[in-house]
Write a protein that binds this ligand. Structure first.
Ligand SMILES: [Zn+2]
Length: 128
């Protein structure tokens, strides 16, 4: 596989929505990895590997709290949209920042709940 480089040139490929691809990570073919016809077989192999990995990811997702699963799904979509030029890097950065804050709030809430539960258990123990 050819090494892609970051340059001022943009990919010659076309996105699914018919607009030109905005990726600036362009290989010798003048296309990004997603649109490069010379690495189509590599992409197919990567998709198959991704399918195997996604089963592990989906198992991990089921273990996460529902609110975090939704955040992950949205961020995963944003990553693809930044790559294809649909979403600006600035918008993605703002989304990631908000997601971090949401995760922090959920984490603090969970810790509060666990502490309350421990204190209640301690209270039950002391009343014996
Ligand atoms: Zn492209």
């Amino acid at each position: 596989m050819a090494v892609a480089t970051l340059s001022a040139a943009k990919c010659r490929g076309t996105r699914i929505d018919g607009k030109p691809c905005e990726s600036q990570i362009v290989g010798p073919s003048g296309c990004c990895y997603a649109h490069d016809p010379t690495v189509a077989e590599d992409r197919a192999k990567a998709r198959r590997r991704g399918g195997l990995a996604s089963s592990a990811i989906s198992r991990t997702r089921r273990l996460a709290p529902a609110a975090l699963r939704d955040v992950y799904t949205i961020l995963e979509r944003a990553l693809a949209e930044v790559h294809s030029g649909v979403l600006s890097a600035g918008q993605a950065t703002a989304m990631a920042s908000l997601a971090r804050a949401m995760c922090h709030v959920l984490s603090v809430g969970e810790m509060e709940q666990r502490l309350r539960s421990l204190e209640e258990s301690l209270g039950d123990f002391q009343s014996l």
